[in-house]
Design a protein around this ligand. Structure first.
Ligand code: HEM
Ligand SMILES: Nc1nc2c(c(=O)[nH]1)N[C@H]1C(S)=C(S)[C@@H](COP(=O)(O)O)O[C@H]1N2
Ligand SMILES: [Mo]
Length: 384
């Protein structure tokens, strides 16, 4: 037995003809990919805290600026979409490293490769699940939000580690005139410029053809965005129709708004229409990345709260007449509840609400994710 030795013959090494599989190209793409991921992570955390504020944080969520969530979630989906061609280019640049031989040189080398594997897997996962979510396609067995959220932390951790490990190479290649350039063939510099121009064009093209879904001045360029901000009943998109939510036609004479507070009361639709009406211009900013502004008319929630004698710092729960489904109930802190722009809206762009927009009454509030703009509202509960 003694003399037997295990030997792994080196595999036939593939030959890579492309000359841009180098640290300089990887750095050039990374300097765009890093910021795109950072914007995604920060705006994703904002989205998380606005939708699922832990504990009493809901009391600190500001209701202004009214376009806040539209901006952050629009940026999230736009930077995430732009990151897709960037990540593909980055992976093309570095994939020859997969065939490195020997595959593991030391414990340190093994740890570094493992962290890169986690980074790549996590990044591909975030971009793929995020993109599919925006088209409302969920071909996986887990629930999107908690998994996308958890993997965001993993990717960010792996990215910070990756940047730390690669810092010397990044530094050497960061500036055009850094010493690293001098050792690289001149021809490669012009090839690299062409590659980066192509990647830039791809990023520009996907951005220009999708970003109009939230940044409406560019809506005429929409080709691939799942939603067009003008298309839908009353020229406003609908995420879940009345039929999809299982809400039948609500008869006017049967409708009641119940306000449960210190002095509970109910209002008929006529009584609601007889209260002072206010008009606001506010966007629906869907978490899936589309957003559209509209003119809403209705009763201020703060007026309804005063009438029941709600204390000034009370939170409010908004309950839909929809019987099942995740979005039938939402809550808001006192800033949103007391904001004069927060309405129980009865009209949209001058007409009665379409059933798909929440007839007879829906919540519309500033700086609030679309999922929390509850439709078909039947009840407001003052929470102590
Ligand atoms: C590195 C890339 C990404 C990171 C770090 C990231 C991070 C996050 C985080 C932390 C959230 C909040 C989840 C929660 O509410 O708990 C989120 C939500 C979301 N992300 Fe991303 N994301 C990334 C890429 C993408 C991409 C590429 C897209 C789409 C093109 C996307 C679409 C979405 C959507 C639609 C939501 C809202 C989900 C919901 O609340 O229903 N994400 N993201
Ligand atoms: N009761 C109820 N309200 C709801 C929903 C829902 O499914 N049920 N969907 C929400 C989502 S995800 C969005 S983006 C907005 C869309 O409002 P719109 O259909 O009037 O554009 O309504 C929100 N309000
Ligand atoms: Mo939404």
């Amino acid at each position: 037995m003694g003399g037997m030795k295990l030997r792994f013959p080196p595999l036939a090494q593939p030959v890579f003809k492309g000359r841009l599989h180098d640290a300089r190209t990887a750095t050039s793409i990374g300097r765009w990919l890093g910021p795109a991921f950072t914007v995604c992570f920060v705006t994703g955390l904002i989205s998380h805290f606005m939708q699922h504020p832990p504990g009493s944080l809901i009391d600190y969520i500001p209701s202004r600026p009214s376009w806040g969530y539209r901006l952050t979630q629009g940026l999230h989906v736009a930077s995430g979409t732009a990151a897709i061609p960037l990540l593909l280019a980055k992976l093309w640049t570095v994939y020859p490293r997969l065939f490195e031989w020997p595959p593991l040189r030391s414990v340190r080398h093994a740890a570094e490769r493992l962290s890169v594997a986690l980074l790549v897997a996590g990044a591909v996962f975030e971009l793929a699940t995020g993109l599919l979510n925006t088209v409302q396609w969920y071909p996986w067995p887990f629930s999107f939000v908690p998994v996308h959220y958890a993997v965001a932390w993993l990717v960010t951790g792996a990215l910070v580690l990756h940047i730390a490990v690669k810092a010397p190479e990044i530094r050497a290649h960061w500036r055009t005139r850094s010493p690293g350039t001098l050792t690289l063939p001149v021809q490669d510099a012009s090839d690299r410029r062409s590659l980066l121009a192509a990647v830039g064009a791809a990023v520009g093209a996907v951005t220009l053809t999708t970003v109009g879904q939230s940044f409406t001045p560019l809506k005429d360029f929409i080709l691939f965005a799942p939603r067009h901000p003008d298309r839908g009943p009353q020229s406003l998109p609908v995420n879940r129709t009345a039929a999809a939510a299982g809400v039948g036609r609500i008869a006017d004479e049967e409708y009641r708004l119940a306000v449960a507070g210190p002095r509970p009361y109910t209002l008929t639709l006529d009584e609601l229409r007889a209260l002072p009406q206010h008009e606001v211009e506010l966007p629906i900013a869907c978490v899936e990345g589309w957003s559209a502004s509209a003119r809403w008319t209705g009763v201020r929630v703060v007026d309804l709260l005063e009438r029941t004698g709600a204390p000034p710092h009370a939170r409010v729960r908004v309950v839909s007449l929809q019987l099942r489904g995740g979005y039938r109930v939402s809550e808001m802190g006192h800033e949103h509840a007391r904001d004069p722009l927060t309405l129980l809206a009865l009209r949209l762009n001058g007409e009665e609400l379409d059933p798909d927009h929440g007839y007879p009454a829906r919540l519309i509030a500033p700086n609030r994710p679309g999922v929390l703009q509850t439709k078909w509202v039947g009840r407001l509960e003052v929470l102590s």
